[in-house]
Design a protein around this ligand. Structure first.
Ligand code: DOR
Ligand code: ZN
Length: 349
């Protein structure tokens, strides 16, 4: 039987988009409530390609940290073909940068400055390998001849396999994996390759987004896949394998944007992230493995101490707000207006 409450070591979110400006009060509040640390994605517009830009963004984030919260934003750099290897050395020397994000050009939101030719960043990857800075990969081929549902599998074949061969010691995180092919690929590689899993890829399939009516609020990149892929992702997340850990990829967009004729990919889940993962682990009958997935595997990989605070998840149904106000815009959160069956609270020590 499922226990009424479970106590966990405070978790970390190893992949989140907080955006900037008017977004920060809400996005920081939601992430900082339960997560001890969050790896902050650098795809602002313009992207975070220099250390002063990253430092200034971190300051803006910290200005919204709720009083008393144990929350540390872990910053990342956006990889471009113009990046110099010396920047990596400087980042390592100064500290405070936890990864470099590879967006294939045009693969997703704010990726136009991303990488079109992977060979153009080889000298940067060489230095990252040397200094032990992880590469965070949006693993989709953005080539227009590749079917959108095959982008992840094609990226593995054409970019990932050669890249891992060329950089045998580079630490790599395959972000938000969405297919069984990706699960098998991560399992087959040595310990230096890990993967993050989102709550939405664990809970939904492409039918939820596309069948009957198109639901723009379930449109994300990588796009949701089939039920067999979802089953493989759940199996990986709940298996206890340290290669897999929590990364929400919570990515807010204004309602107006999502419901326009040119919807951008992104699902906002930060307001109920842990509750959603708890649903997945509960349904799989593996709640006892949630803590390692959410609180241990990522920290161990990034070489950081596990958090000391605890959180409590209780079976307590509550209603998610229909929408949040953001400046002059509104944000539609996942499950807005409906009930979720877990409730999270933090135990301050
Ligand atoms: O769904 C997504 N939204 N996937 C990404 O890779 C980017 C993100 C965003 O920034 O909106
Ligand atoms: Zn993302």
């Amino acid at each position: 039987m499922t226990p009424q409450t479970i106590t966990l070591t405070q978790p970390d979110d190893w992949h989140v988009h907080l955006r900037d400006g008017v977004w920060l009060p809400l996005t920081v509040l939601h992430s900082a409530r339960y997560f001890g640390r969050a790896l902050i994605m650098p795809n602002l517009d313009p992207p975070l390609t220099t250390l002063p830009k990253v430092a200034a963004y971190m300051k803006r984030i910290l200005a919204h940290k709720p009083k008393g919260a144990h929350f540390q934003p872990l910053m990342t750099l956006y990889l471009t073909e113009g990046m110099k290897p010396d920047l990596i050395k400087e980042a390592r020397m100064r500290g405070g940068i936890y990864g470099v994000k590879l967006y294939p050009a045009f693969a997703t939101t704010h990726s136009t400055k991303g990488v079109a030719n992977i060979k153009a960043v080889y000298s940067v990857l060489e230095t990252m390998q040397e200094v032990g800075l992880p590469l965070l990969v949006h693993g989709e081929l953005s080539d227009s001849t590749v079917d959108v549902f095959d982008r992840e599998a094609c990226f593995i074949e054409r970019v990932f396999i050669p890249l891992l061969k060329d950089f045998p010691e580079l630490k790599v995180v395959f972000e938000h994996i969405s297919t069984k092919v990706a699960v098998d690929f991560v399992k087959s590689e040595r310990e230096r390759l890990r993967a993050t899993l989102t709550a939405h890829h664990l809970l939904y399939t492409r039918s939820d987004c596309l069948a009957h009516e198109f639901n723009p609020h379930l449109y994300c990149a990588p796009i949701l896949k089939r039920a067999s892929d979802r089953r493989a992702l759940i199996e990986a997340a709940t298996s206890g394998n340290p290669k897999f850990f929590l990364g929400t990829d919570s990515a807010p967009h204004a309602r107006r944007q999502k419901e326009s004729g040119c919807t951008k990919p992104g699902i906002y889940t930060a307001h109920i992230a842990l509750e959603l993962y708890a649903e997945v682990f509960e349904a799989a009958g593996k709640l006892e493995r949630l803590e390692a997935f959410a609180s241990f595997h990522g920290a161990d990989f990034y070489g950081l101490p596990r958090n000391r605070q605890k959180i409590i998840l209780s079976q307590q149904s509550w209603k998610v707000p229909l929408q949040y106000r953001i400046g002059n815009e509104t944000l539609v959160p996942l499950r807005g207006g409906t009930s979720v069956r877990w409730k999270c609270r933090i135990l301050f020590q």
